[in-house]
Write a protein that binds this ligand. Structure first.
Ligand SMILES: [Zn+2]
Length: 386
């Protein structure tokens, strides 16, 4: 109890010290204060919000309705993931969404690393990026296949600090565009699959053994991959770099803090990792949000399929409302929130197995987490949504 109080006091003092425009401190809910947390929730619902990590593959009215109802804008991220076959159709879709509807859509492009040995690859990538930037792309995403999949002629895995990427990063810095990195995996990928994280996507590495590096000493370690990433952040201080999925350091906010302290050009986005905050000590996570309130962005890493039935759209919309409401309560109130397998494999479960106390973040912090930081770290992302 004493430790708890001390942590809370420290958090409260930090809130005052760190942020001049955040007048509220985190107070625990008592009967008399419950109206305050309700008002934080209402505030969060009312303000403009940007989700920086979405994968939208077609024009859908149900998504526009969701954004209008919740006052959101989506940034759709092109990526060469295991599920994405055609890069060009993703880029074309993202461009189309942005050009037709810049109020609702921003976008982040990517490039094809698999063609890196073809002559003129770097020049071709830069020419494509230039075209994408001219079409409104606010950043470039690189996926974990760099570090975990592509190999060099000598048999080693290609890492992010390989010189082939340097001219691309220099071009991006020159253009003021941001690099979004999904490097490596949660640390669970280096553990036996039966110790894997609980919650959504259970046993991801059992289903994707190609990304389970447990007991494969010849493959890069978690630290190797993050070290290569860190070299790049250090080498390009003029390039804004955002670590997707909390920079793959979701298991401990202290790991994130180490990088934020070291590299002023680095920030992180949530990328659907709220549950990892829930598993850490609440006071520690609150403290993280207060101290680094300018360096974290909201993103839930959801997609929409290219082809959906009417029923699928209705179900998806329902599930998005349900989950958004839970997340908002977690960040904006100190409610006891039912959690723990409440959504498994994207399906709401009838009963939660445990509850989590909300972080009750102050309004100023919510405003930065859900909106202002996206505008700072991805210049132009707020086009037509100001
Ligand atoms: Zn994603």
């Amino acid at each position: 109890m004493k430790t708890n109080l001390t942590t809370l006091l420290q958090a409260a003092i930090l809130a005052l010290a760190v942020s001049c425009n955040t007048q509220t401190t985190i107070k625990e809910d008592t009967a008399g204060q419950s109206s305050k947390s309700t008002s934080n929730l209402e505030y969060l619902k009312s303000i403009k919000k940007i989700d920086v990590h979405m994968h939208i593959k077609s024009e859908q009215q149900y998504l526009i309705d969701f954004m209008d109802d919740w006052n959101f804008k989506f940034c759709t991220v092109c990526t060469i993931g295991s599920r994405f076959k055609s890069l060009q159709s993703q880029i074309d879709t993202a461009k189309m969404l942005y050009n037709k509807n810049p109020r609702h859509y921003a976008w982040i492009t990517t490039f094809d690393v698999s063609k890196r040995d073809e002559p003129g690859w770097e020049e071709a990538v830069i020419a494509e990026l230039k075209d994408d930037f001219d079409n409104g792309a606010v950043g470039v995403k690189i996926w974990k296949s760099v570090g975990m999949e592509f190999k060099k002629p000598n048999g080693n895995h290609l890492q992010l600090d390989d010189p082939i990427f340097t001219p691309i990063f220099e071009f991006m810095a020159l253009k003021g565009k941001t690099l979004m990195l999904h490097m490596g995996e949660p640390i669970h990928a280096w553990m036996p699959t039966y110790t894997t994280e609980d919650g959504f996507g259970r046993n991801y590495w059992a289903k994707h053994p190609e990304y389970s590096f447990w007991d494969k000493p010849e493959l890069p370690s978690y630290s190797d991959i993050l070290a290569a990433r860190d070299h790049v952040i250090k080498r390009h201080p003029d390039l804004k770099i955002v670590g997707a999925h909390l920079g793959s350091m979701e298991f401990d906010v202290d790991e994130i803090i180490t990088r934020l302290e070291r590299y002023p050009n680095f920030a992180v986005e949530l990328g659907g990792r709220t549950r990892y905050f829930m598993w850490q000590a609440r006071g520690k996570v609150q403290d993280f949000f207060l101290r680094y309130q300018d360096r974290i962005m909201y993103g839930i890493d959801r997609g929409s399929s290219a082809v959906m039935t009417y029923e699928e759209k209705v179900e998806t919309r329902k599930e998005m409302d349900y989950r958004t409401n839970l997340f908002f309560r977690y960040y904006a109130t100190s409610d006891e929130i039912p959690w723990g397998n409440i959504i498994s494999h994207d399906t709401p479960q009838p009963k939660a197995t445990y509850t989590v106390k909300g972080l009750n973040l102050p309004k100023g912090v919510l405003d930065k987490f859900f909106y202002k930081n996206a505008v700072h770290w991805f210049p132009g992302i707020d086009k037509d949504f100001r």
